[in-house]
Ligand binder design. Structure first.
Ligand SMILES: [Ca+2]
Length: 415
């Protein structure tokens, strides 16, 4: 059992104690609904604890000699829990790079910068055959082309850091891999060869999460239709997580879905954004260059409906917002025009399946930015994607779903 796991267990015990303490104050006469709410709370916190930072994933653990100060900079830096190769520096918030630009440390006080061809790596304990998502924050330091190679051999993915998705200068990203053994080596490498050795990506907050692919519901051909299953998101980070292209990968950090374009889409949470359904959704932030898709099982020559929620993330994104939705050979453009007080509307496309698998896909028609800074990228939100035989009894299902959601919301309010 590693440190993170034992920490996770400790938290479990703590939650139990909290609940026990709470129950000891409840009289038997009190409604059973309190118990249900706490069970829900318990399962939810356990769900969160499965996800974790890797050892010293935030680079806040001091090296044996303390954090390097600016005065003593040369020479290799020891980074607790990590192996390094090449010029890897522990950097501190407030430091300046050449040209006087302030160094960006995504969170906390420290992060690492990878020099030309430099890498850091760590062995992580995983379950053979399971898929994992790795979430990390990355910032570029100079204006040059910057990218970061993240690998868990034999899987390897190069993440483009060229596009600045928001004015804070850093973003959380995620990639996924399938564990071939019970141990995996997680490697971050700067493949660049810049003239200025101070140029090179800064990385921080490295977390790993085992991915669960949800079962496909009976009345919907779309897997992970509400985007509720996906990579780790830090509770107090408001930037969402960028899903870079994973066209060539066998796994996806967003089970069922594929980002098949060279720009990213943003995975968002209801703590920081307006989400049409559940706790997670995707925001299409890259115009026509950010395409999310899925191949769904269909029966040839049957008539189907693709429905989805089209929303505004309430992130000050400048309208108009619109998506292009594809279902088989159908493509339809939808502008965001919700009823008052709602942050989303439901859109649908009818299509006749031509094969046993049909591609559904979405991209943003416009390139949108936020009204407050005019440069952070944003766009329409897509959620609750459904594909089913059209003409099937939908109303009953919708009513039941509505009741279920209302009940869950009621329980959450009680917590
Ligand atoms: Ca959702």
């Amino acid at each position: 059992m590693d440190a993170a796991e034992s920490w996770s267990r400790t938290k479990w015990v703590f939650h139990f104690m909290l609940i026990f303490a709470h129950f000891s104050h409840l009289s038997l006469a009190e409604d059973v609904k309190h118990i249900s709410a706490h069970v829900l709370y318990l399962s939810f916190t356990n769900y969160l604890d499965v996800n974790r930072l890797v050892a010293n994933g935030d680079f806040e653990t001091p090296p044996s000699g303390g954090f390097p100060s600016e005065a003593i900079s040369d020479g290799p830096t020891e980074i607790p829990s990590w192996s390094t190769n090449g010029t890897v520096e522990l950097v501190s918030a407030g430091e300046k790079v050449s040209g006087g630009m302030l160094l960006i440390v995504p969170r906390g006080k420290h992060a690492v910068r990878l020099g030309n061809d430099a890498e850091i790596s760590q062995e992580v304990t995983v379950e053979k055959g399971s898929a994992y998502a790795v979430t990390f924050s990355a910032a570029r330091t100079c204006a040059q082309m910057e990218s970061l190679n993240v690998s868990v051999p034999p899987a390897s993915q190069t993440v483009d850091l060229q596009t600045l998705y928001n004015v804070q200068g850093w973003d959380p990203y995620t990639i996924s891999f399938e564990a071939e053994e019970d141990k995996a080596r997680l490697i971050f490498r700067n493949p660049g060869m810049e003239d200025d050795p101070e140029c090179g990506p800064i990385i921080d907050d490295i977390a790993i999460k085992k991915l669960i692919t949800p079962d496909k519901p009976k009345d919907n051909a779309v897997v992970n239709s509400g985007f509720e299953f996906g990579p780790w998101m830090f509770q107090n980070v408001s930037l969402g997580v960028l899903l870079p292209t994973n066209l060539d990968e066998e796994t996806s950090p967003l089970p069922g879905w594929m980002v098949e374009s060279n720009r990213a889409v943003r995975y968002i949470d209801s703590n920081h954004y307006a989400v049409p359904e559940g706790k997670r959704a995707v925001e299409l932030v890259s115009g026509k260059e950010g395409i999310i898709s899925q191949m769904v099982e269909t029966t040839p020559n049957k008539l189907y409906s693709l429905t989805f929620s089209l929303g505004h993330a309430r992130d000050k994104c400048k309208e108009p917002l619109a998506v292009m939705a594809f279902a088989g050979d159908q493509a339809q453009n939808f502008h965001y025009t919700p009823d008052s007080n709602s942050t989303f509307q439901v859109a649908s496309v009818n299509f006749t399946a031509k094969a046993e698998r049909t591609r559904i896909a979405f991209y943003s028609v416009y390139y949108n930015t936020r009204t407050d800074d005019m440069s952070s990228l944003c766009g329409p939100v897509v959620d609750d994607v459904r594909v089913w035989f059209s003409g099937a009894g939908r109303t009953k299902v919708q009513t039941l779903l509505g009741l279920g959601l209302a009940f869950s919301a009621y329980l959450l309010v009680l917590v």
